[in-house]
Design a binder for this molecule. Structure first.
Ligand code: TLP
Length: 348
């Protein structure tokens, strides 16, 4: 199968498996796992921040950040298609008592005036706004990368209103490859940053939450409270270290292949896709339902996804008419060619 459902499907490389087998370990709840410590130091250094915490998932990293930077009954401003709002099972409400304030945009970029308008004035009778969440790259906006100049304009508004800022940088290394800026530049000024080792970087598990030393110490407490205190977890951290060493330099290849896929798909009349909007490893595109063969009572995206599956290609339906494909290190040029041939066959 050619699996374009997500870059999370990537399996650990041979080098990762070797590093995992050889990892020095200890009990990380006691702070005694040397490999975890090394990964945390390495992650903090990559983002030019003082501290980092290894967490099992991106969701946990994001939600610890939300928990520490909100109070019950406060609001979190987030772009309306943001992962923290749409794909984290209402965790900010369920676990932290926080309310999302989703802000719809035309192109995935929050603009400073929109953030300004979404902040509540400070008054004893108004819901307090506490946190701004950003996402880079922006998953549902076709993996849209955001340059640091734009982020700074949002940070300025947040600062003026005393908001904290969390960056969901699940794919910040993709954003770096797409913009030519370093992850540290892209994250500069944000109070907390989460990035994932288990997506395009192909580690089997793990994400990092990065920030100031005191906040990360608190994050360690919240991680334990959520059941995320792990023991000899150096076996996983070892894969994360290899991910940072080996996988970061190759991300541009995934972006090139996503571009090739986008250009090919855009030639199909049933596909509504502007390849210039595909800037990293994710393609989200719409289908013209009347041009997708199959039973009319099945949503077009499902008809297309089901058709591709019969040709050995997996991808995901994100709504009745939207489909997502993601490239990653297990997708080479031959897989792109085969996926395009399958799409042509399904939509013929
Ligand atoms: N994204 C997954 C799905 O949940 C959609 C994927 O296949 O892309 N932030 C962003 C921007 C993400 O894309 C994801 C996962 C997360 C956070 C959560 O990470 P995990 O799955 O490790 O909890």
């Amino acid at each position: 199968m050619i699996d374009l459902r997500s870059d999370t499907v990537t399996r650990p490389t041979a080098a990762m498996r070797r590093a995992m087998a050889a990892a020095e370990v200890g009990d990380d709840v006691y702070g005694e796992d040397p490999t975890v410590r090394l990964l945390e130091e390495t992650a903090a250094a990559r983002l030019e921040r003082p501290a980092a915490l290894f967490v099992p998932t991106g969701t946990m990293g994001n939600q610890i950040a939300v928990h520490l930077q909100t109070i019950r009954g406060s609001e979190v401003i987030i772009e309306a298609r943001g992962h923290i709002f749409n794909f984290e099972l209402g965790a900010m409400a369920a676990l932290s008592g926080a309310l999302p304030r989703p802000v719809p945009t035309e192109d995935g970029f929050l603009d400073p005036a929109q953030v300004e308008a979404a902040v509540h004035p400070q008054a004893s009778y108004v819901t307090p706004t506490r946190l701004l969440c950003l996402e880079n790259t922006h998953n549902l906006w076709s993996g849209l990368p955001m340059g640091s100049a734009h982020t700074r304009t949002l940070l300025d508004v947040a600062r003026r209103h005393g908001l904290r800022v969390h960056l969901d940088g699940a794919r910040i290394f993709n954003a770096a490859a797409a913009t030519g800026e370093s992850p540290a530049e892209l994250a500069r000024g944000c109070d907390t940053v989460m990035f994932c080792l288990s997506k395009a970087l192909a580690a089997p598990v793990g994400s990092m939450l990065v920030g100031e030393t005191d906040l990360i110490a608190e994050a360690r407490r919240v991680r334990k409270m959520l059941g995320g205190g792990m023991r000899q977890v150096g076996v996983l951290a070892a894969a994360g270290l290899v991910a940072l060493r080996d996988m970061v330099p190759r991300l541009a290849e995934d972006h090139d292949r996503a571009q090739r896929l986008a250009v090919g798909l855009a030639t199909l009349p049933a596909v509504e896709l502007d390849p210039t909007r595909v800037r990293s490893n994710i393609l989200v595109f719409r289908l013209r339902p009347e041009l997708v063969p199959g039973p009319a009572d099945v949503p077009a995206a499902e008809r297309f996804v089901g058709g591709l599956r019969t040709h050995g290609v997996l991808c995901g339906a994100f709504s009745a008419t939207e489909v997502r494909m993601v490239t990653h290190y297990e997708i080479g040029d031959a897989e792109v060619t085969a996926a395009l041939a399958a799409a042509r066959a399904v939509l013929a």
